[in-house]
Design a protein around this ligand. Structure first.
Ligand code: PLP
Length: 359
């Protein structure tokens, strides 16, 4: 983790404690209210729960420390995509997305926004450096891309987007703001599914948009309020709680992933074991591993024998795996995306090793 990220994390962790008065509860209180007392002239910031609410504000202030930018939360990562795209795009605009990125983002454009005149174009992550960006209103990437784990140079792409007049949005779900800061590298906006590592306990759906473009964020806020896309206080409170342990969870998840790589690579049952290439823009290569088994049944059997949860999400405490061909990703039937959890390292290695031997 970079020193800058550590300082931001420290400020996030101390956000409330720095403001405590005698007798205040130390954790952020969970405030369940959709209405607020409004005598005389209402305060513009706190009128009704669809605009904002105290626990949501507390969450967004903490996220703002991590992103070093204003943040707006949504009830899911896809909610955050919807909020940003509705705010930034208009009829006739063209959007470039990764053909090997998260499929629902492409579907949002092709199924929901296309009837409003927004056009989708796609390219694979490993060709975006050579793709002509002329005429695009927005470019949206994930890096590392998911599930292929291809790394895209954000700084170089941001410069090309500026020249082309396109807004660059980075889906930073895989790295989180602790490992990578796209806004510092020139991206205009960041989208994160906080459902994954940010929340970390596989028990909530949340997402956020961050940007240092004030006019854009005002528009995102307006879309969120008018479309009713705001999260409830309970989820906001749970996410605050998850954020407090994000660094130590990530550390264990990433070091566990590295500990498993040699075990996975040594097996005769696996091939194409993939882990993101190191890159100066990212302080750690992360906790996701891609790999191929001979067929779908062997991949499923591996998950069962290793005790990995067969889920489609990632970033949780428990090691899990997803056969991405199930969702239409352009990968073989035996391809698994593993999300490595926080289990004790030696025991996790032993479980994976014995599962591979038993195949
Ligand atoms: N971005 C990425 C990279 C994802 O993998 C996902 C979900 O899997 C999303 C966004 C959407 O997030 P959510 O499921 O919270 O809507």
């Amino acid at each position: 983790m970079s020193d800058t990220s550590k300082t931001r994390l420290f400020d996030m962790l101390h956000h409330r404690s720095a403001r405590l008065a005698k007798g205040d509860p130390v954790p952020d209180p969970l405030v369940m209210s959709s209405v607020f007392a409004l005598p005389e002239q209402p305060e513009p910031s706190r009128t009704y729960g669809r605009g904002s609410s105290p626990t949501l504000e507390a969450l967004e202030q903490r996220l703002a420390h991590l992103e070093a930018a204003p943040c707006l939360s949504f009830p899911s990562g896809m909610g955050a995509y919807a909020g940003l795209l509705m705010a930034a795009l208009k009829q006739g605009d063209r959007v470039l997305l990764l053909s090997d990125g998260y499929y629902a983002a492409r579907n949002l454009v092709s199924e929901v926004l296309a009837p409003f005149g927004v056009q989708l174009a796609t390219c694979p992550a490993d060709t975006i450096a050579d793709t002509d960006l002329t005429g695009f209103a927005m470019v949206i990437i994930e890096t590392p891309s998911n599930p292929g784990l291809t790394v895209i140079d954000i700084d170089a792409l941001a410069a090309r987007c500026r020249t082309a007049g396109a807004m660059l949005a980075v889906d930073n779900t895989v790295c989180t703001p602790l490992l990578q800061n796209p806004l510092d590298l020139g991206a205009d906006a960041v989208i994160v599914s906080d459902t994954k590592a940010m929340g970390g306990h596989s028990d909530l759906l949340m997402g956020h948009v961050a940007s240092r473009n004030t006019a854009l964020m005002e528009r995102v806020q307006s879309v969120r309020t008018l479309m009713g896309l705001n999260p409830g206080p309970q989820e906001a409170w749970m996410l605050i709680r998850g954020l407090e342990t994000l660094e130590i969870r990530l550390e264990r998840m990433c070091s566990n992933a590295r500990a498993l790589l040699p075990v996975l690579k040594a097996s005769p049952h696996t091939s194409d074991v993939t882990y993101p290439e190191p890159h100066p823009q990212t302080s750690d290569q992360g906790f996701l591993i891609g790999l191929r088994f001979t067929d779908a049944a062997t991949a499923d059997r591996f998950l069962e024998l290793a005790g990995f949860a067969p889920t489609t999400s990632f970033g949780g405490l428990h090691s899990s795996g997803d056969r991405r061909a199930r969702w239409g990703d352009d990968v073989s039937g035996g391809f698994l995306r593993l999300s490595i959890g926080i289990e004790p390292t030696a025991q996790l290695q032993a479980a994976v090793s014995s599962a591979l031997s038993a195949l």
